[in-house]
Design a protein around this ligand. Structure first.
Ligand code: FAD
Length: 309
């Protein structure tokens, strides 16, 4: 039985999440196929076919798959259930939307946020906001996994391309229809791809003060994140939230500004390579995991940092 790695199509042809999912699949060690579901995915599928270790790329095309409606994509993926034992998704918003529907259709449990694969049926995943690791053994024949991207490196690219098979299928589950979408556009790198992130918390006091972080971010080429308190207070939009109920990141450098370091925030950033904390409270828990801590008022420190840069 083979492994089906499900690709999340994007027009930018960013293969990072897909390559990490393939890397995870390689730890299971049987034949790896990639499934791309979409409306016009030829360039994406061609790029994906160069991921090392992939047997073939299967493309399912239908106009309704041009939108990320989970019901339709899950319907298509479930049709492949007879041919595969493992179904691997990246633990992105889309993956977390589609995977449970596939698991539900197959009547099996889902293994979420997998950070290590010990064998074909033993997986490691964080529980209690990352304070403990659970080693779980699958008892069902079919395994549906979401993979935490920060825990896996990207599979290599190869000069040779795997075969690409295109199937045309009717994919309308008839359960949802696309109305509209509002995409946030930013010149900055995305939070999940950035190698440097500066995050602001409740200590920023309001949304306007995030411009202090933006000026430093511009000099460093950094992305900007936030704590949930900052999001809940309306300072910044919720796609910037990092933590247990936000995005999970592991950049080379994470600068936490006016963030106390609640476990739910740490769950989303504690695997960052170097952590810098700026906080006026020397007892703030963020200092316990920080590599560098600056105790002081962020409204003094951040302009100094900007000037120094
Ligand atoms: P606070 O805890 O209020 O900390 C503000 C910090 O700013 C303080 O340490 C203070 O000393 C410092 N400060 C204030 N003024 C200044 C200044 N002028 N200069 C320097 N420092 C200053 N939180 C997340 O972040 N992400 C999540 O995904 C998340 N998920 C959650 C899920 C659940 C189920 C629950 C219950 C909670 C979750 N939370 C999450 C919330 C979390 O528990 C905390 O409430 C939140 O992280 C606190 O945000 P904060 O550190 O910005 O605010």
């Amino acid at each position: 039985m083979s492994i089906l790695v499900i690709a999340e199509y994007n027009a930018e042809i960013d293969l990072s999440n897909l390559r990490k999912s393939v890397k995870a699949a390689q730890l299971i060690g049987s034949t790896i196929d990639i499934l791309v579901t979409g409306a016009d995915t030829s360039a994406f599928a061609a790029a994906a076919s160069h991921i090392n270790g992939v047997n073939q790329v299967v493309v399912v095309k239908d106009s309704v798959l041009g939108q990320p409606l989970a019901e339709n994509h899950a319907l298509v993926i479930t049709k492949f259930s007879a041919d595969y034992e493992h179904f691997i998704f990246a633990a992105t918003s889309w993956g977390k939307d589609v995977a449970p529907r596939v698991a539900g259709s197959l009547d099996v449990a889902q293994f979420s946020d997998v950070i290590d694969i010990e064998s074909a049926d033993v997986f490691v995943r964080p529980i209690y906001a990352g304070n403990a690791m659970a080693k779980v053994k699958a008892c069902c024949a079919k395994k549906v996994l979401t993979i935490r991207g920060t825990a896996f490196s990207e599979a290599e690219l190869s000069d040779t391309a795997a075969a690409v098979t295109v199937l045309k299928q009717s994919a309308d589950a008839g359960l949802s229809s696309f109305v509209s979408e509002e995409l946030s556009k930013s010149e900055r790198p995305s939070i999940t791809a950035a190698s440097i992130i500066i995050s602001g918390g409740r200590g920023m006091q309001n949304g306007e003060n995030f411009s202090i972080l933006e000026r430093v971010a511009d000099k460093l080429g950094a992305a900007i994140g936030a704590s949930r308190a900052a999001v809940d207070a309306g300072f910044v939009p919720n796609d910037m939230q990092i933590g247990q109920t936000g995005k999970v990141v592991a950049p080379n450098l994470y600068i936490a500004v006016g963030i106390s370091g609640a476990i739910q925030h740490l769950a989303g950033m504690k695997d960052s390579k170097v952590i810098v904390a700026i906080n006026k409270d020397e007892d703030a828990p963020i200092f316990q995991i920080a590599d560098y801590g600056l105790v002081g008022d962020l409204f003094d420190i951040m302009p100094e940092l900007e000037a120094a840069l």
